[in-house]
Design a binder for this molecule. Structure first.
Ligand code: NGF
Length: 289
């Protein structure tokens, strides 16, 4: 379960329906072209919080059917409706997903006991493992070193997807829990996280930039920091362009230049203007050759 995992996009048509052919192409592109170690399915990048329970199940099914056992698969099942989270956990486990992940419960100001109960309820309902998805900038949920430790007391909770710029906490976590899996979640900070000896990374931009992500990660592990820094610099030039133009929409447009029918994003995400599509195509021409 170590290495480079793409936070998989999902292809949707103009009506917001799953575009199955495009989704299968996304899976193939990540496995065959980007050569990543695994896929993180129905995360933020998969527009998970904009789609129905039935669509989430269908996406888990299509991705497993297309990927088979070629790469590791992590199913993000977190939901504010805990019954839905449990239902999805069972569904993905039955499909053969290698691990589950769940975003920390958000919107309401849950206290830590409630967060802990959420994770234990989900993971104790299935024969699988759980990776905490911590992304405080979007959820408002910040957990301390001690609180991560309390969650990790459940042996089925095997790690965390750490999407935060807090490298002090990341270092403390690495030191305190050497046996737990820690994944870096911000692609623009991959080198800094790799230097702290994370086990892998999960990111949206790996849909188009997986090969560079692997190089950064492996060079850092080999102690070749200067070389890794050069690749992180190019990567961040690309990420700056993507973020300025519309994150998921731009990645989808870039993928289209690679022959992947990545579709559009679901409302309320807007579609790119013609000028923004041109920017995405220029980014692809510059960075994906
Ligand atoms: O998209 C976000 C939102 N973060 C992703 C990643 O952490 C999300 C990150 O790759 C993810 O893995 C998921 O789909 O659940 C960024 O897009 C990237 O670093 C650019 O900022 O913050």
């Amino acid at each position: 379960m170590k290495g480079i995992f793409t936070a998989l996009m999902c292809a949707f048509d103009e009506q917001g329906n799953i575009h199955e052919k495009g989704l299968r192409q996304l899976v193939r592109h990540n496995i065959d072209v980007s050569k990543v170690d695994g896929l993180y399915v129905n995360g933020s990048t998969g527009e998970n919080f904009l789609i129905s329970t039935e669509d989430k199940k269908r996406i888990f099914e299509i991705v497993k059917d297309e990927a088979g056992d070629q790469v590791k698969l992590i199913a993000q099942v977190g939901a504010l409706n805990i019954d839905e989270a449990v239902e999805l956990a069972k569904y993905a486990t039955d499909l053969g997903y290698d691990s589950l992940s769940a975003v920390t419960p958000f919107y309401y100001k849950f206290d830590f006991e409630e967060v802990k109960d959420y994770y234990n309820t989900i993971i104790n309902s299935v024969d699988n493992t759980m990776i905490i998805y911590s992304i405080p900038a979007l959820t408002g949920v910040n957990m301390s070193l001690e609180q991560f430790g309390e969650l990790f007391e459940n042996e089925k909770i095997i790690g965390v997807k750490f999407t935060a710029p807090d490298f002090y906490l990341l270092e403390r976590l690495r030191h305190a829990y050497p046996e737990k899996l820690i994944y870096s979640g911000f692609d623009e900070m991959l080198l800094s996280a790799a230097v702290l000896n994370v086990d892998g990374a999960i990111g949206s931009t790996f849909n188009v930039n997986g090969a560079r992500a692997r190089s950064i990660f492996e060079l850092a592990q080999e102690g070749k920091i200067e070389e890794a820094r050069e690749i992180q610099k190019v990567t961040n030039d690309l990420i700056s362009g993507i973020l300025a133009n519309g994150l998921y929409q731009t990645i989808k447009e870039m993928l289209k230049t690679q022959g992947v029918e990545a579709g559009v994003c679901r409302k309320p995400m807007k579609q790119l203007s013609a000028d923004n599509v041109k920017v995405a195509q220029d980014l692809a021409a510059t960075f994906l050759t």
